[in-house]
Ligand binder design. Structure first.
Ligand code: UDX
Length: 460
């Protein structure tokens, strides 16, 4: 009987059809794409993940998906290309042929009861729109950033035209009326590097997204209500805000680095709300001098801390060999250092009181979902926008306004972990956490948006 049921379920699944997903090969983009794949699988779709050899996902964690690696040659030398935007542009050039050939082969091998319904690809892989058009297959875009950060990128031509990108004072606190609540210095930081390449990358992403059939966002309506109408006006295609993705299932299996579980056993020994968690994600880099400032600030703060020092995060160092004499002892008294942590579990742990983050969108959302107030050290891209929203819109954290300087960090740690204003931030974070739980429940905004996405895909 059970077997019969399983067979009929398989039959049903086959009838729904197959989706081809292609993530950008960066941790912060792979995670949401694989989470989305799991969400759509749970709604009955068959899933094929197309991926590059560079940063390829851990296939054994996903026995329910099929995987297709596209030609090794297409990404030779990819990690050595200097600059994120240059890397993205390179991928968009060299992946066209292998991706096209892969999708064409899958289409010709597909059967009527496992029909390929559409492509779902990262917004930064904008060349896939051309492949979709050539092969007459609908493409849905996954944009892994916040709506607000996407809008700031959309404004690139305006901001360039108005001279914000060539201001002399890149530390200016002046407001930017076109992109409230951002300051001029946030715009400088967003666009600080790779001028021309960045412009090309953004233009490609915007054109590719406009031509797509729909956009899926890893955010939720209640968080970004103020931006959604503007996005819908600029991109008059269906927008599905179905996030936060990682809340649909426990524990992420898409980590490229091994997560050090001692982070959790160490947290288990700490008092409730006593630990500062520090991590700058998978891409951001810091100088040695910034690393020293961080270490001194953590040692001087007299708070317990869990610090992710990713190998290679310090420019010119492999890992911790540049720790100054005497400081390691001071740090190890109060802290625990790991190379990579099970971040979602860390943020959900009762001992975690505050997250000092680079404000990548996944980290920001994960912190919101667990109600943990933030100290923000944004580096580039979407991070300055996320940080400004944390401080000025949601009022659930602080931005370190002058880079990484020990006195300012120590002050910020005190303000968030000890002072009354930190308690108020935590209360506002708890409200957002409640909203997250509501939006995912039956009848909630993300729940309804996911229903809409499923019906949309079935109508293609
Ligand atoms: C990149 C960009 O830098 C970021 O701005 C953009 O929003 C997404 O792409 P990344 O820098 O890796 O991402 O940051 P983030 O978006 O925060 O993603 C990091 C992911 O790695 C999170 O899901 C986090 O849970 C995970 N992580 C991080 C771990 O599992 N362990 C760690 O120790 C640190």
């Amino acid at each position: 009987m059970e077997k019969q049921e399983a067979n009929s379920k398989l039959q049903e699944r086959k009838m729904v059809g197959r989706l081809l997903l292609f993530p950008l090969p960066v941790q912060g983009h792979i995670n949401p794409m694989l989470q989305l794949a799991n969400i759509l699988y749970s709604r009955g779709f068959n899933i094929t993940i197309i991926h590059t050899f560079f940063n390829s996902p851990n296939i054994s964690n996903y026995p329910h998906f099929t995987f297709e690696a596209i030609s090794k040659e297409s990404i030779t030398g990819f990690p050595t290309i200097p600059g994120g935007a240059a890397k993205v542009i390179h991928l968009n050039k060299v992946c066209f042929e292998p991706f096209h050939d892969c999708v064409e082969r899958l289409l010709s091998n597909s059967s009527a009861d496992d029909r390929i319904l559409c492509l779902i690809t990262d917004a930064l892989l904008y060349f896939t729109q051309d492949v979709a058009e050539v092969l007459k297959l609908p493409r849905i875009v996954l944009r892994t950033s916040s709506l607000a950060a996407f809008h700031v990128l959309y404004l690139h031509p305006t901001l360039l035209h108005k001279g914000y990108l060539s201001v002399q004072d890149s530390n200016s606190e002046a407001p930017v009326p076109e992109a409230e609540p951002l300051k001029v210095k946030d715009i400088s930081q967003t666009y600080q590097i790779e001028g021309e390449d960045l412009g090309m990358m953004i233009a490609g992403m915007m054109t590719g997204t406009k031509a797509a059939s729909a956009i899926v966002w890893n955010t939720f309506e209640e968080l970004e209500q103020s931006v959604l109408p503007t996005i819908q006006q600029n991109f008059p295609i269906p927008s599905f805000t179905i996030g936060p993705f990682h809340k649909y299932f426990t524990a992420s299996a898409s980590s490229l680095l091994e997560q050090d579980k001692t982070a959790i056993s160490w947290l288990d020994m700490q008092a409730p709300l006593s630990v500062l968690y520090v991590s700058f994600g998978s891409v951001a880099l810091i100088d040695k001098s910034e690393f020293f400032e961080m270490a001194w600030a953590l040692a001087n703060s007299k708070q317990k801390f869990l610090w992710v020092v990713r190998p290679g995060v310090i420019r010119g160092s492999e890992w911790l060999e540049s720790f100054p004499d005497g400081l390691q002892e001071a740090v190890s008294e109060r802290g625990h250092i790991v190379k990579w942590a099970p971040q979602q579990e860390v943020l959900a742990h009762p001992a975690t009181a505050c997250f000092w983050s680079h404000c990548g969108w996944n980290s920001t959302l994960e912190s919101i979902c667990e109600g943990v107030p933030m100290i923000c050290s944004p580096s580039f891209g979407d991070q300055p926008t996320n940080a400004r929203y944390v401080e000025a819109v949601w009022k659930v954290g602080l931005v370190l306004e002058n880079g990484i300087k020990r006195e300012e960090i120590e002050r910020a740690i005190r303000r968030v972990m000890i002072d009354q204003e930190g308690k108020e931030m935590r209360m506002r974070m708890s409200c957002l956490k409640k909203k997250v739980n509501l939006c995912l429940m039956e009848g909630g905004s993300s729940y309804k948006s996911l229903e809409g996405l499923v019906n949309f895909i079935l109508s293609l």
